[in-house]
Design a protein around this ligand. Structure first.
Ligand SMILES: NC(=O)c1ccc[n+]([C@@H]2O[C@H](COP(=O)([O-])OP(=O)(O)OC[C@H]3O[C@@H](n4cnc5c(N)ncnc54)[C@H](OP(=O)(O)O)[C@@H]3O)[C@@H](O)[C@H]2O)c1
Ligand SMILES: Nc1nc(=O)c(N)c(NC[C@H](O)[C@H](O)[C@H](O)COP(=O)(O)O)[nH]1
Length: 220
């Protein structure tokens, strides 16, 4: 399964502000590019931090893209995936609505009542790992479900872990024309951080979009 990380960051490398509220960094063309990438993916994944901060829907905006997926005998929207070790996703989260199938990746530490609440909300639960979701195992399960391409939208904690586990195959990052600042604002890769053996990228393409630049890297 190909894992494509796609995010938008300010010119100073932030994914949102220190308040962790959603900030429009992409312009209209980059949002449309993101929608097209979602349409070409079997599943779209975020961490529970993004769910709690943004209440994302993770569906396709463009009806024609939905129709094209149906014409390919696929679901109108890609599957939605949340990395959520303790099953904290609120049962009224938009990501759990009936617009698309949603997988919640949990660990053994998730309370039974929370798991039951998410299952009652229609989520499909995948358990991997003791305290935190074991991403390698969880993504292997998704691959066995037949997913060929997984798009990961963030946030920084999840993206760091994917690179740390060697699971990211491609990084597409839109650099937008804003300064957000803030030593505590989320960046593209947060987590513990690397101090050696830094993941190496190969620059595949540079494209001007809106008032920003899309950088596409393959991960070595
Ligand atoms: N600009 C963009 O493109 C973009 C995209 C997405 C998000 N964002 C922004 O980013 C912010 C949220 O980012 P975030 O870093 O706080 O949250 P996140 O990466 O979305 O979610 C992080 C959480 O995921 C859970 N998780 C489960 N398994 C994990 C694993 N193996 N490794 C890492 N995390 C794991 C952890 O919570 P548990 O320990 O409870 O499981 C962790 O705290 C928001 O402000 C949002 O607006 C921006
Ligand atoms: N590509 C991109 N450009 C941005 O300017 C921005 N703020 C995000 N942020 C990602 C956001 O935090 C969620 O991951 C979903 O993109 C929201 O999904 P919906 O629109 O509700 O489907 N992503």
């Amino acid at each position: 399964m190909r894992v494509v990380v796609n995010a938008a960051m300010s010119a100073d490398g932030k994914l949102s502000s220190k308040r962790r509220e959603q900030i429009a960094i992409s312009g209209p063309d980059d949002f449309d590019r993101m929608d097209a990438l979602r349409a070409g993916s079997d599943a779209v994944m975020v961490g529970v931090g993004t769910v709690l901060a943004d209440d994302p829907h993770l569906t396709l905006d463009d009806p024609e893209r939905q129709a094209a997926r149906r014409d390919r005998d696929e679901s109108a929207h890609p599957v939605r995936v949340v990395a959520d070790s303790r099953a904290r996703t609120p049962t009224d989260a938009r990501i759990l609505d009936d617009a698309a199938t949603t997988y919640v990746l949990v660990s053994e530490s998730a309370p039974t009542e929370r798991i039951e609440a998410l299952e009652s909300s229609g989520a499909r639960l995948v358990t991997a790992g003791d305290e935190r979701v074991a991403l390698t195992d969880a993504l292997s399960t998704l691959e066995r479900e037949g997913f060929d391409q997984l798009m990961v939208e963030g946030g920084g904690e999840l993206i760091f872990s994917l690179f740390e586990a060697g699971l990211a195959d491609e990084l597409r990052v839109f650099v937008g024309p804003k300064i957000i600042g803030g030593r505590d604002a989320p960046t593209l890769a947060d987590g513990e951080g690397f101090v050696s053996e830094f993941p190496e990228l190969e620059l595949a393409d540079v494209e001007r979009i809106d008032d920003g630049v899309l950088l596409r890297y393959s991960v070595e």
